[in-house]
Design a protein around this ligand. Structure first.
Ligand code: NAD
Length: 422
């Protein structure tokens, strides 16, 4: 089992999440007992996930599912396949999910799962067996009313179909609401595939408007060209922004007049990476972060905006597509430099909003149109941004602190109203 060590002197994802919570708790004046309840996952499970490989050999992975808080409703959160998945990282991601669901006012708590596997090294058949074994190992914890999974890094709609099928076969009937982000053919929702990215663009538009700036005037650089970053590039371009640089784990590219995203999509489909795209210049991920752009969207992994790398940021807005891309020290440097950070728990909440719509539709077995979903998403994101921005102005805190305070407060209210059993 590998861990993702924080750079020297930097906080890990869990330390970052805990320090954000501590700031919110201090602001809200909560006592130590409540702080501890909010800081500690309700339930966690660690499972061994053995795989019979196609060549007959056997390997073993570690898997986790963490339910951070279920006071407002079932746990909700993604399933990550990545070699550096570690229980502490899953705990941090589950905690952020709790605040996120509170910020966009969904009747969910926060959860997260992960398996320490690099999906690029395994065949689709092997990944299906890993997914099914992991699902059956965590079966007692998940369910449409207890804990609902969705795709995250390294997993996709096909993974969710395997989870749903494994769960349903074991229960004896089809239960689409056990996962979200599944294919349309088995009860997925229109608009889910692009929801996180659409939400990022909605909050960017709201942040620009507050500064009297227009989407058509800004340049954008995006780190990560997967489900979130790739779709965000397309939607930013559709809304008139100039997407000048993108990157993935293999490298980055820049074209100051704007990337040709259609041709780039063909290149990525052929090669599996943005690197080597002929109509742009190569750059590293570090160079992308330091580009002279208006909007920087980290949409890959956590911990990329450290104290050191944040000193190189020249963007005026950082809109966090990834979960936890900025460390606590990085945050302080960005604040000092006057960069407005639209935090992950708000900026990337569009995915869980449409996941909620998918869950509602699956429970009702009644489906909404793409337009209905798009409008409902836009309204939720605008209203969440307005709440966060108003609190930030009223109390003179950052958007991150304001967002965390709102998420923490809504969760704590549910605790207080429900009371403590027994
Ligand atoms: P993905 O697996 O589809 O894409 C990840 C992208 O990041 C890929 O392009 C990959 O090459 C790149 N990447 C990986 N390691 C990198 C590195 N060290 N440097 C630069 N690029 C790297 O994953 P995704 O679903 O797009 O998720 C990306 C981030 O967004 C994660 O932090 C995830 O938790 C968060 N997120 C995802 C969703 C969702 O709906 N998928 C919702 C909210 C938040």
């Amino acid at each position: 089992m590998s861990t993702r060590p924080a750079p020297a002197g930097e906080a890990s994802a869990l330390e970052t999440a805990q320090s954000q919570l501590a700031t919110a708790v201090a602001h809200l004046g909560y006592d130590d007992g409540l702080h501890q309840m909010l800081a500690t996952p309700r339930r966690e499970i660690q499972v061994a996930v053995p795989l019979h490989r196609d060549d007959g050999s056997r390997v073993l992975f570690q898997g986790y599912r963490v339910q951070h808080n279920v006071s407002r409703g079932p746990g909700k959160g993604g399933l990550r396949f990545h070699p550096s998945v570690h229980v502490d990282e899953v705990r941090a991601l589950a905690m952020w999910m709790t605040w996120k669901c509170g910020i966009v006012d969904l009747p969910f708590g926060g959860a997260k799962g992960g398996v320490g596997i690099d999906p690029a090294d395994y065949t689709p058949g092997e990944l299906e067996r890993v997914t099914r074994r992991y699902t059956s190992e965590i079966m007692p914890l998940i369910g449409p009313d207890t804990d609902i999974m969705a795709p995250d890094m390294g997993t996709d709609d096909r993974t969710m179909a395997w989870v749903m099928d494994t769960y349903s076969v074991n229960r004896g009937y089809t239960i689409p609401a056990v996962v979200t982000g599944k294919p349309l053919a088995v009860g997925g929702s229109l608009g889910r595939g692009t929801a996180t990215s659409a939400g990022i663009v909605h909050v960017t538009a709201a942040a620009l408007k507050e500064a009297d700036a227009q989407m058509s005037d800004v340049s954008v650089a995006i780190q990560g060209f997967g489900k979130v970053g790739g779709n965000a590039a397309t939607i930013f371009a559709e809304r008139g922004a100039r997407v000048v640089a993108v990157s993935d784990q293999y490298g980055g590219i820049r074209a100051d007049d704007g990337l040709d995203l259609d041709r780039l999509a063909d290149h990525v489909a052929e090669t599996g990476s943005v690197a080597g795209f002929a109509d742009a210049d190569p750059i590293s991920n570090a160079e992308l972060i330091a580009l002279d752009v208006d909007v920087l969207v980290p949409a890959a992994v956590e911990g990329v905006l450290t104290a050191e790398s944040s000193r190189t940021v020249r963007a005026r807005w950082v809109v966090e597509g990834a979960n936890g891309p900025t460390t606590t020290a990085g945050d302080a440097v960005l604040a000092e430099r006057g960069v407005t950070v639209v935090p992950d728990v708000l900026a990337n909440a569009g995915g869980v909003v449409v996941s909620y719509f998918e869950w509602v539709q699956a429970n009702q077995t009644y489906w909404w149109s793409a337009q209905e979903i798009a409008e409902k998403l836009a309204r939720r994101m605008a209203s969440a941004y307005a709440d966060v921005s108003a609190l930030a102005r009223r109390d003179g805190v950052s958007l991150r602190d304001a967002a965390t305070i709102i998420g923490v407060r809504r969760t704590a209210e549910a605790h207080e109203i429900r009371g403590l059993y027994p």
